[in-house]
Design a protein around this ligand. Structure first.
Ligand code: NAP
Length: 239
């Protein structure tokens, strides 16, 4: 049976702007109570809360810090008594020559896994959706190798945790392609469908996974078909 988001509490990390804000809007439009987590984007997060009006809470925290992760989750939890859906959207995106590997691992892997474990540990479990990256395995990602590796590691945890946490907690992922350019122009690559995905396309996939209580252990690519190019590339490499 399809699960309505009416009355469900959803925590969206990095929800104040860009893709995260589109996810908050989509889930709020489906009647979820939304916790908008942010770190630096306070003005955007508070403006989004005013826009969404009822059933919205903004919570600040640096997710690279374990104590602040705990604080963010506790604040979200204490608002309406539980967190039904966690959307791990916050991420650090940086070239290898600019990135701090420890910070990348903390924000892109440790934080989402820590928050996911808190969902699974609450009575009745819940639903976890990780934002991944479709081009994490593609040649275009070469200059972003450390970032790509963190997204692959997170993707690699999905099937394992989905199996471990049945029947109470579902774990899925959404892997966007180049949604917001020019920030990612260098990594955009070719889009087979000749249409770049939008934040709204990504948000729609998140909503589908949040609502469809029969789906776990899945990754939905919202990338205009780019993962198919990765498969073709891999195929050419085989002897
Ligand atoms: N944009 C794309 O084209 C694209 C493509 C493929 C995959 N993705 C994935 O989709 C998701 C959303 O993409 P996006 O481009 O909208 O993301 P983004 O702007 O790069 O980052 C989203 C938010 O993450 C938060 N964040 C970063 N470090 C943090 C920390 N230490 N503690 C707490 N929050 C932190 C920031 O919040 P504050 O601003 O409040 O500090 C930031 O606004 C990400 O997971 C990304 O990897 C995006």
């Amino acid at each position: 049976m399809m699960g309505s988001l009416q009355g469900k509490v959803v925590l969206v990390t990095g929800g104040g702007r860009r893709v995260g804000a589109a996810i908050c809007r989509e889930l709020a439009a489906r009647s979820a109570a939304v916790v908008v987590h942010y770190r630096h984007s306070e003005a955007e997060a508070l403006a989004l809360c005013r826009e969404l009006k009822n059933g919205v809470l903004a919570v600040r925290g640096d997710l690279s810090q374990p104590a602040q992760r705990e604080w963010v989750f506790r604040e979200a939890m204490e608002w309406l008594g539980r967190v039904d859906v966690l959307v791990n959207n916050a991420a650090l995106f940086a070239r290898d020559d600019e990135a701090d590997p420890a910070q990348l691992a903390a924000v892109n892997v440790a934080a989402p896994l820590d928050l996911a474990a808190r969902i699974a540990a609450q009575p009745g479990g819940g639903c976890v959706i990780h934002l991944l990256d479709s081009w994490a395995a593609r040649p275009e990602a070469a200059a972003f190798g450390e970032y790509a590796a963190t997204k692959r590691e997170l993707a690699g945890s999905i099937a394992r945790l989905a199996q471990q946490w049945v029947p109470h907690t579902r774990v899925n992922g959404v892997a966007p392609g180049p949604v917001l350019v020019p920030e990612r122009t260098e990594a955009a690559g070719t889009v087979p469908l000749q249409q770049r995905p939008t934040p709204e396309h990504v948000a729609h996939a998140v909503a589908f996974l949040a609502e469809n209580t029969a789906v776990t252990g899945q990754i939905v690519y919202v990338d205009g078909g780019q993962h198919l190019l990765a498969a073709a590339h891999d195929g050419r490499q085989r002897p």
